[in-house]
Design a protein around this ligand. Structure first.
Ligand code: NAP
Ligand code: FE
Length: 387
C-alpha cells in the first residue's frame, strides 16, 4: 500500500449545541480572548452575544474585533493584531465564515511573530507558535476550522492578489462545528460556500497528492454535497440537511489539509481579485472546464468518482466516462449557481493571458494537478469558463 502521513491536531466538536463549549474550551487556552467576526451576521443572529456570554461565564475576559470583510486584507489583520497586543490577548476566537476564521489565524501569527504578514506568505515560514485559535464556522464551505491555511488579499504594485499562508502551526486548537449556526445562511451564500466545499473535495480527490485514506474523506464529502446542497437551498431551516452540508465541508477541509487543492483553486483567485466574484462563484465557474481538462484523457479514479455522483459507470469507454462525469458536475453546479448569476464583466484576452502566466509560476499547484498543464492549456480553461 501507498505510504502516507496524516496530521490533524485540531480537537473537533461537531453537532447541534456544541457552541456551548466555547467558554470551557477557551478558558483552557487563555484568560483574555479576542473575538474576531464579520460585518453583521453574528450580531444580528445573536450568536456573538451568546459567545461573549459563554466566555464571560467561564471567566474569560473578551475583546471584540468586528467588521472583517470578505477576502480579508493585510490591513485588517494589522488592525486586529494591534488590538490583540494592546489588550494582551492570549487566545483568538474566530467566529464566522472563512474570512473571519482566516483573519483570526493571521492575528494569531502576528501576535507571536515579528514583522509583517507578508513575511509569512508561502509555506512553513512561521517561526514562533501563533496564539491558539478557537474556530467557529458559520458558513459550510471553507473548512478553515480544520486546515493549516489562511488566505489574505494583498495590494501589490497597485493590484490586489490573494496570498496563502500554509503552516502546520495554523491548525486551530479547537473547532466548534455547530450546524445551527448555518441556519441563517441565505440561499446564495449556501450555494457559493457549498460549491467551495465540493471543489475542495473534488480537487483533493483528483490531486496527485491524494491517497486512499484521504479519498474516503473526499468521496463522502462529495456524495453528501451532491445529495443535499440543493435541498439546503430549498429547505434552509431543516437542521438535518444543514448538518449534512456542514459535516461535508468539515470532511472536505480535512481532505485539503492533507493534499492541498489543484488548479481550480489556483485559477480562482484572480477571478475574485480582478472580476469581483466571491470565492465560491469563482470555483463554480472554473470547475467544469478544469474537470474536463483533467478527466478527458482518463483518471485512475474516474469510475469511482462517477459512482459517487450516482452515475452508472459500467461498460463505458474512457471518453464516455469522462463526458458523463463532467456533465454531471456541470449540471450540479449550474443548478446551484445559474450562470447568469455569475455576473462577469467582459474579460479581455490580455487579462486572461496575464492570469495564466501567473499560474505557471505556481509550481506546487501545477505538480498536484493530475494532468500536466501548459500555458496554452490554462488559457484554454480560462476562456472556456469565462467566454
Ligand atoms: P465569508 O467571506 O467569510 O462570508 C461571506 C458572507 O457570508 C459574509 O457576507 C457574511 O456576513 C455572510 N455570513 C457568514 N455566516 C453567515 C450566517 N451564518 N448567516 C448569514 N450570513 C452569514 O465567506 P466564506 O466563503 O466562508 O469564506 C471565504 C474566504 O475563505 C475567502 O477569503 C477564501 O479564500 C477563504 N478560504 C479559506 C480556506 C482555508 O483553508 N483557510 C479554504 C477555502 C477558502 P458577515 O460578514 O456579516 O458575517
Ligand atoms: Fe476554497
Amino acid at each position: 500500500m501507498q505510504r502516507f502521513q496524516f496530521y490533524l491536531p485540531t480537537k473537533v466538536y461537531f453537532g447541534q449545541k456544541v457552541l456551548e463549549n466555547v467558554g470551557k474550551e477557551t478558558k483552557i487556552l487563555g484568560k483574555k480572548a479576542l473575538i474576531v467576526t464579520g460585518k453583521s451576521s453574528a450580531r444580528k443572529t445573536g450568536l456573538l452575544q451568546r459567545v461573549e456570554k459563554s466566555l464571560q461565564r467561564a471567566e474569560v475576559e473578551t475583546f471584540l474585533f468586528e467588521g472583517v470583510e470578505a477576502n480579508p486584507s493585510v490591513e485588517t489583520i494589522n488592525k486586529g493584531t494591534k488590538l490583540a497586543k494592546e489588550k494582551k490577548c492570549e487566545v483568538i476566537v474566530g467566529l464566522g465564515g472563512g474570512s473571519p476564521l482566516d483573519t483570526a489565524k493571521g492575528i494569531a501569527i502576528l501576535s507571536a511573530n515579528p514583522g509583517s504578514l507578508v513575511d509569512y506568505f508561502g509555506r512553513n515560514r512561521i517561526k514562533e507558535t501563533p496564539l491558539p485559535v478557537v474556530a467557529i464556522p458559520t458558513t459550510a464551505g471553507t473548512g478553515s476550522e480544520v486546515t493549516p491555511y489562511a488566505v489574505f488579499a494583498y495590494a501589490e504594485n497597485r493590484s490586489i492578489r490573494k496570498k496563502i499562508i500554509a503552516d502546520s502551526s495554523l491548525f486551530p486548537q479547537i473547532a466548534l462545528v455547530d450546524p445551527e449556526l448555518t441556519l441563517s445562511l441565505p440561499a446564495s451564500i449556501t450555494a457559493d460556500t457549498g460549491i467551495d466545499a465540493f471543489s475542495h473535495a473534488l480537487e483533493s480527490y483528483l490531486s496527485n497528492r491524494s491517497y486512499p485514506f484521504n479519498d474516503i474523506l473526499a468521496l463522502e464529502a462529495m456524495k453528501l454535497l451532491f445529495n443535499y446542497l440543493a435541498k439546503a437551498m430549498e429547505n434552509p431551516e431543516e437542521i438535518n440537511i444543514r448538518s449534512h452540508i456542514l459535516y461535508a465541508s468539515l470532511l472536505a477541509g480535512m481532505a485539503i489539509a492533507q493534499t492541498g487543492t489543484i488548479l481550480v483553486h489556483a485559477m480562482s483567485y484572480r477571478l475574485t481579485t480582478d472580476l469581483g466574484l466571491s470565492h465560491g462563484k469563482a470555483c463554480a465557474l472554473l470547475l467544469p472546464s478544469v474537470c474536463e481538462f483533467n478527466l478527458k484523457q482518463g483518471h485512475p479514479k474516474l469510475t469511482l468518482l462517477g459512482e459517487c455522483l450516482g452515475e452508472n459507470m459500467e461498460n463505458l469507454t474512457t471518453k464516455k466516462a469522462a463526458e458523463k462525469v463532467v456533465t454531471t458536475i456541470k449540471d450540479f453546479i449550474y443548478q446551484l449557481a445559474p450562470l447568469q448569476d455569475l455576473k462577469i464583466k467582459e474579460v479581455k484576452e490580455q487579462l486572461i493571458e496575464d492570469f495564466a502566466q501567473e499560474i505557471m509560476q505556481d509550481k506546487r499547484k501545477l505538480a498536484s494537478n493530475p494532468r500536466q498543464a501548459t500555458l496554452e492549456d490554462i488559457i484554454g480553461m480560462y476562456k472556456k469558463a469565462l467566454w
